[in-house]
Design a binder for this molecule. Sequence first.
Ligand SMILES: *[C@@H]1O[C@H](CO)[C@@H](O)[C@H](O)[C@H]1NC(C)=O
Ligand SMILES: *[C@@H]1O[C@H](CO)[C@@H](O)[C@H](O)[C@H]1NC(C)=O
Ligand SMILES: *[C@@H]1O[C@H](CO)[C@@H](O)[C@H](O)[C@H]1NC(C)=O
Ligand SMILES: *[C@@H]1O[C@H](CO)[C@@H](O)[C@H](O)[C@H]1NC(C)=O
Ligand SMILES: *[C@@H]1O[C@H](CO)[C@@H](O)[C@H](O)[C@H]1NC(C)=O
Ligand SMILES: *[C@@H]1O[C@H](CO)[C@@H](O)[C@H](O)[C@H]1NC(C)=O
Ligand SMILES: *[C@@H]1O[C@H](CO)[C@@H](O)[C@H](O)[C@H]1NC(C)=O
Ligand SMILES: *[C@@H]1O[C@H](CO)[C@@H](O)[C@H](O)[C@H]1NC(C)=O
Ligand SMILES: *[C@@H]1O[C@H](CO)[C@@H](O)[C@H](O)[C@H]1NC(C)=O
Ligand SMILES: *[C@@H]1O[C@H](CO)[C@@H](O)[C@H](O)[C@H]1NC(C)=O
Ligand SMILES: *[C@@H]1O[C@H](CO)[C@@H](O)[C@H](O)[C@H]1NC(C)=O
Length: 533
Amino acid sequence: MLQQLLYIFLIIFISSSNSNRLSLIGNNWTITNNINHTAQGTIPGTIHTILFAAKQIPEPYLDYNDLDLRYLIYNNWTFTKKFDLFSDFLASNQITIHLEQIDTVAAITINNCLIGRTNSMFISYTFHVANSCLKFDNEISVDFESPVLYALKQANTYNDTVPPDCPPSVVRGECYVQFIRKEPSSFGWGFGPTFAPIGITGDIYLEAVNTTEIVIQLESVNVASYNVKTKSWQVDVLLSSNNDQFESKIKFILENTTWSYETLVIFNHNLSITVSISDELISRWWPNGYGNQSLYNFVVFNQEKVIDSRLIGFRTVQLVQNKYRTGINGTSFYFVINSQSIFIKGSNWIPSDSFQERVSDEKYERLLRSAQLANMNMIRVWGGGIYERNSFYELADRLGIMLWHDFMFACSLYPVNDEFLKNVHDEVIYQVKRLQSHPSIVLWSGNNENEAVIAENWYNVSQEKMNKTKDDYRKLYIHTVMNAIQQVDQGNNRPFVSSSPSNGLETIAENYIARDHEDSLYGDVHFYGLSLS
Ligand SMILES: *[C@@H]1O[C@H](CO)[C@@H](O)[C@H](O)[C@H]1NC(C)=O
Ligand SMILES: *[C@@H]1O[C@H](CO)[C@@H](O)[C@H](O)[C@H]1NC(C)=O
Ligand SMILES: *[C@@H]1O[C@H](CO)[C@@H](O)[C@H](O)[C@H]1NC(C)=O
Ligand SMILES: *[C@@H]1O[C@H](CO)[C@@H](O)[C@H](O)[C@H]1NC(C)=O
Ligand SMILES: *[C@@H]1O[C@H](CO)[C@@H](O)[C@H](O)[C@H]1NC(C)=O
Ligand SMILES: *[C@@H]1O[C@H](CO)[C@@H](O)[C@H](O)[C@H]1NC(C)=O
Ligand SMILES: *[C@@H]1O[C@H](CO)[C@@H](O)[C@H](O)[C@H]1NC(C)=O
Ligand SMILES: *[C@@H]1O[C@H](CO)[C@@H](O)[C@H](O)[C@H]1NC(C)=O
Ligand SMILES: *[C@@H]1O[C@H](CO)[C@@H](O)[C@H](O)[C@H]1NC(C)=O
Ligand SMILES: *[C@@H]1O[C@H](CO)[C@@H](O)[C@H](O)[C@H]1NC(C)=O
Ligand SMILES: *[C@@H]1O[C@H](CO)[C@@H](O)[C@H](O)[C@H]1NC(C)=O
């Protein structure tokens, strides 16, 4: 209390537009490998789709083009664009550049000032741009390093072997994909070709603000838990600001209901607010086939001005794992949504194109609606792929398709040095905050089949190294991934399993690596029932 009196309260001035954005997406980017390709192209885009549009290479999917075009991903590439800035923009004292998604290893330069470096396609980046680096006419240059050679370099400088080195030879893939935070299957997989795309795959924009002005952003909204006694929902909201120690009036409304909430708060950069919403005021979100997919727009205001909003839904999730009666080994493993047990019908989702810029919202809709029409109610977002765009999750919300969501690690051991773990931590925090408002996501899973990798010793790790291999596994999926999820996704409405598949509670009892991990009496299994003979 006393300390609060010592805060300096800034007077908040909210102008009609308190930030100024310049998007750099669109055409007029030039890409070159500085050897034998230079082309004009459109962002979001990657080298293959840009060169194909410029008629310098054939359609990558045809014939043996996955092999014939392989040289492209051994090259470094430079993406450049010229852009003008006007005096208003330049007069602002806080200028940043935002990259929603960049694939993957790059250095960003503006007018010869190095602005920042990236090495994960699973994190969005924001870099400060010094005013002295900018003028009226500017050029941005994004210098990509070959992802294949980068992964090789990381593997060579790592002080241990992390098998497998390469995918099976039949895949004709590239090696050491576990050393780069990039779509695992892009280095080759059973179902798909090796393209390891290079490019700018999301929005990219410059933003100018004045530090004397306060900018508040909505970081995340999470329907964290339901209190049976008070019949109310606990909703966690995280806000951030470019300023600290100021007082402000924050208001939330839930559109199309009578619920609203208003409070006077003191920001210290970040602010987390927990509110309670009575169950009587809303109707619940149900999986396909069990009821309506009621969704509500949760809107955040600062001093009566809309900051942002999220579409949310209200449902409880329990993953029930009860022991059977004495004398029978194993536990149940089923989902209960809103106190109703659900019969799960679903399938597995892999990225629907090697090049994400070719996946339209219409394609997402056609695929997910097909799943809905086939009476599916759950899809697993597979850990060898990517975290999809926001529109994918909103469609799943609207269609009642529950998502079992893996983190993007698959069929491999992984490095666990501090730099890698820090990168993964940032990825999990970013992705969970981005996605947690979606009622469709009913479970997080640490990885795809990496418990099996160890339990069944797929890669012939020696017995002497097995203990370290298990410790490394727990370092990554328990101490890093699970801990990061728990930091930002609180409450009890979204269970976590350490791997797909696992033995559930039995896997935990065996310190996260179950000896008999394919035991069909516990947890989930990956049923490979197809006959290959
Ligand atoms: C793209 O670049 C060309 C040539 O540099 C120029 O004539 C054209 O106006 C530019 N278009 C846009 C939209 O900036
Ligand atoms: C570019 O050079 C590579 C060798 O680095 C060669 O394989 C490829 O055919 C060349 N492509 C074109 C379009 O010249
Ligand atoms: C920041 O303030 C300067 C005047 O000091 C103004 O010219 C500029 O447009 C302001 N920037 C923004 C983003 O409002
Ligand atoms: C590609 O970029 C990396 C990182 O900047 C650099 O070490 C390497 O020498 C470059 N390779 C070529 C052929 O320019
Ligand atoms: C490798 O790194 C681990 C910690 O990450 C360290 O304990 C070990 O001593 C290192 N080994 C070598 C050979 O440098
Ligand atoms: C605000 O939260 C972000 C992550 O959500 C964190 O990186 C940052 O350090 C926090 N800032 C402060 C001042 O707590
Ligand atoms: C579903 O929505 C319809 C139309 O709004 C409504 O009539 C019905 O009562 C709702 N069903 C449930 C279970 O909420
Ligand atoms: C809120 O109600 C309006 C008017 O009935 C409707 O158009 C809108 O879709 C509703 N919003 C949500 C999130 O259901
Ligand atoms: C249950 O598991 C124990 C320990 O693995 C085993 O000894 C026992 O035979 C099992 N019982 C049944 C009924 O399968
Ligand atoms: C597994 O590794 C051992 C040495 O640790 C070697 O003798 C054996 O041949 C390997 N087995 C396979 C299938 O690679
Ligand atoms: C591995 O750990 C187990 C249990 O902690 C221990 O009994 C065993 O001796 C260890 N094995 C090696 C090779 O260090």
